[in-house]
Design a binder for this molecule. Structure first.
Ligand SMILES: O=C(CO)[C@H](O)[C@H](O)COP(=O)(O)O
Ligand SMILES: [Fe+2]
Length: 216
């Protein structure tokens, strides 16, 4: 299992400190939430912040784009040093083209669907992607409650991976805590994004360990 703390809940005035903190605590990826105020009702950060964080950590940067027509900015995020670029099926009429753009830039490609979007929306790109992200909240904000019905879709993408011999990682994002992580792991998830559970705590390192303990 891999833990990907989301810096959405970090202290934006101390981003370097908060990234180094979770790296030392054994995090596997740094999850970076990019929001444009249009695809979701919130605005966060852009490629300049990804570029600023690139030299701060050796961990892969997992960039979750919640922006309309993400194709417009894929190259910017690749140049900024993203290791994964993950785009929403709902954000573009040309998902396959967006995934191909990411791969052509030598970056690992991911696709993500909202809780209300069926797995069929991404089936045509599953052979190409390195990551499938299933939102377990409606995207836009940290600190929301986990939507348990999404575990059925985790099992679906895990079954497709098994049946077809695909190699993508299955990531979950939203409301992941020591209470909700086990259901996701049991359904087949490999990568667990956690924002508020990690960063809104006195001791983020303990929270990362609590997530691991809850699964093992
Ligand atoms: O993509 C996101 C929200 O759109 C965040 O990654 C997610 O919400 C993490 O925050 P939390 O763990 O607090 O739910
Ligand atoms: Fe996210």
């Amino acid at each position: 299992m891999k833990i990907a703390p989301s810096i959405l809940s970090a202290d934006f005035a101390n981003l370097e400190r908060d990234v180094v903190l979770v790296e030392k605590a054994g995090a596997d990826y740094i999850h970076i939430d990019v929001m444009d105020g249009q695809f979701v009702p919130n605005i966060t950060l852009g490629p300049n912040i990804v570029a600023a964080l690139r030299p701060v950590t050796k961990l892969p940067l997992d960039v979750h784009l919640m922006i309309v027509e993400p194709e417009r900015y894929i190259e910017d995020f690749a140049k900024a040093g993203a290791d994964f670029i993950v785009i929403h099926a709902e954000s573009t009429p040309h998902l396959h083209r967006g995934v191909q753009m990411i791969k052509d830039l030598g970056v690992k490609a991911g696709v993500v669907i909202n809780p209300g979007t069926p797995v069929s929306a991404i089936e045509h790109v599953l052979s190409m992607v390195d990551m499938v992200l299933l939102m377990t909240v409606n995207p836009g904000f940290g600190g929301q409650s986990f939507i348990p019905e999404v575990t059925d879709k985790i099992a679906q993408v895990a079954a497709i991976r098994e049946a077809k011999g695909y190699h993508y990682e299955i990531e979950v994002d939203g409301g992941v805590t020591d209470q909700t992580i086990k259901a996701c792991a049991d359904a087949g998830a490999d990568v667990f994004v956690a924002g508020s559970f990690v960063y809104a705590a006195e001791n983020p390192a303990e929270r990362i360990q609590a997530l691991r303990d809850a699964v093992n």
